[in-house]
Structure formats: structure tokens, C-alpha cells
Design a protein around this ligand. Sequence first.
Ligand code: 13P
Ligand code: ZN
Length: 271
Amino acid sequence: MELTNLRNNSALMGEINRIAEVAGYLWTNGWAERNGGNISVNLTDLMSEEEKQLPAICAPIQLGEVMPAVAGHFFYVTGTGKRMRYVAQDPFDNGSIIRIAEDGKSYEIIAMQPIAPTSELPSHLLMHNYVRSQGRDNRVVLHTHPTNIIALSHCKPFLNSNHITRVLWSMIPECRIIVPKGIGIVPYEIPGSMDLARATVKQLEEHDVVLWEKHGILAVGEDLIECFDAIDTLAKSADIYLNARMAGFEPEGMTDKQLDDLVPVFNLPVK
Ligand code: 13P
Ligand code: ZN
């Protein structure tokens, strides 16, 4: 009998190609030095029952925390230490598909190769678990290292969620529209730690984008391109702000009224 070949699943491969596309954007934008950044995408709805039965290609690995809302779910995750520029070329050589156990306590790799998931897997899965437990249809977690946003996180006033959100929104109208919930802030924590994961999940109560002090940014969403667009728009605002400062002036920014006037026109949540 021929083994199930995930490469024949066009819906799934479409999503994998999307991951490769976005990995390329992260690299070309200069946000992905060496192995900087990681991506996870929930593939559960794209897989057939037969594909879901694929045998594990590694022993089960404990998660350290129970994740009931993603029990039995399947994710593509970039591999730890893998470079985004190579994820762009071959996602299955630089990441793997994992299955969360039915008790939500462990995972196993089912395809294509036994490539260990990103060190930020605790953060990613805790976030997937949280958004699903809230009934939100967010399938994607994207973490990357945008230079100018990280630069702002080295300046104390920008570690205030309202302040950084207000400044970045006020650089261009699109920022208020594309990132309507603004940015949450997580003070510095060790990369890959459960403390970082828990602090990030707390920020998701009010935000879809979270800044990790002196480290990077993270977005959750239904669609990987939308997550990328949210970070890209914030990065554009950070570029404008810092370019103005480097030119020697404090940018004026849009007024409160100009920002508020966008709310009814674009049906935005009031903040
Ligand atoms: P990984 O290579 O383990 O994904 O780590 C990269 C990173 O950005 C850690 O925050
Ligand atoms: Zn990182």
C-alpha cells in the first residue's frame, strides 16, 4: 500500500508555499539574521483523516504545560536554528509538521523529517491554545526581529503600550487601520522561556501584536500574510519615526482628531 504523501494535498501545500513566501519577505526585509524568527501555522482543517493518522517519526516530547484547546491539532513549525532564507527555499527541509497528543500534554513529529521545532514552541503553542480557547479563529503565529521596532524597545517610554501604539499609529493612517488593537508589550524575558510564553499570552487579551523588549515582535492572526502585513506596517511607521529623528526633527504625527476620524470610516474598534 502506498503511504500517504502530504505533498499530494494541494490545500496543505498551498499553505506551506505561503509560509515559504513569507519567510522570504522576513529575510529580504532584513528582519531575519541567522535563525532569527519563527512561524507556526495550524494545519488541522487542511488535513484528511488518513493524513492525520500518519505515524510519528520521533518519540513523543512533553510540552511542560497542558494545552487542551489544541489537543489533537496539527501544526507546521519552523525548526530551531533554521534560517528563514532557507525556509523560503525549502520549508520541509527547515521545519516539520507536529501532532499535539489527544491529552494536550505532548507532541510528536509526523512529517517530513525529524526536525526539532523552534525554541519558541512554548510561546507559539500557548498562544494557539489561548486564542482557540477564546473561540478566535487565529491559525497563525509569526515571530520576527524587525530592526527599527527593536530599536524603539531600547527606549523606556516606548515600552508603554499606549505610547508606542499612539506614536506608530500617528505616522500613517494605514497603521491605525491595519493594526487596530495596537501593540502589547512584554518586558525582557529569556527567549524560548515559559515566562516569555505566559507574559505574551496575557497581552493577547487585548492585542494581536506583541513587542518583546530588546528582542522582536510577534503577531497572531487567521492568515500568515495578514500577520506579516501587520508587522510590516508597524515597521514602516517605526522607519518613518526614526528617519525623521535621524533627520533632526521630531515628527509631528497625525492629531488625535485625525486618528479618531478613521474609526467610523473604517469601522475600527474604539481605543
Ligand atoms: P529558533 O531558531 O529556535 O526558532 O529561535 C529563533 C528566535 O528568534 C528565538 O526567539
Ligand atoms: Zn526571536
